[in-house]
Write a protein that binds this ligand. Sequence first.
Ligand code: SF4
Ligand code: SF4
Length: 141
Amino acid sequence: MQPFFERFSLRFSCTQCGKCCITAGDYHVFLTESEAQEICSHLQLSRGWFRRRYLRRLEEGDLVLASGTGDGCVFLSARGHCRVYPVRPLQCRSYPFWPELAGNARAWNREMRRCEGINQGEVVPLASIRRKVKACLEQDG
Ligand code: SF4
Ligand code: SF4
């Protein structure tokens, strides 16, 4: 069967609520080495300082962003804004059009609990959804 987003028009409008930047429990913001390098350059920090201050490596070896104060991502400002927005990782840029969410009706609708922008606003062009899903799949290998 075709993925959910191919069969139905999906609506989404981000309200900038910042809830997708909460990294509590086993939810992490994964990033590649090149994404980490891009953020480091954007912030004009030394590689060592950047890695110690902003990155963590999980037991399984995956690279993730550190948590900031509270449960937020280390780059989430007190006003709920992303401090590295132009160079945020693909995981953030593609949300909520991840294959496991946009591809499955139940998962998509369940995600409304986290993201208040899901099923709100205009229909998102299919080409844009496809691009994001594809980028996630390619990054996941
Ligand atoms: S990098 Fe930015 S968009 Fe991504 S979780 Fe952190 S604060 Fe949110
Ligand atoms: S949870 Fe959804 S509505 Fe809120 S900032 Fe993230 S993408 Fe936007």
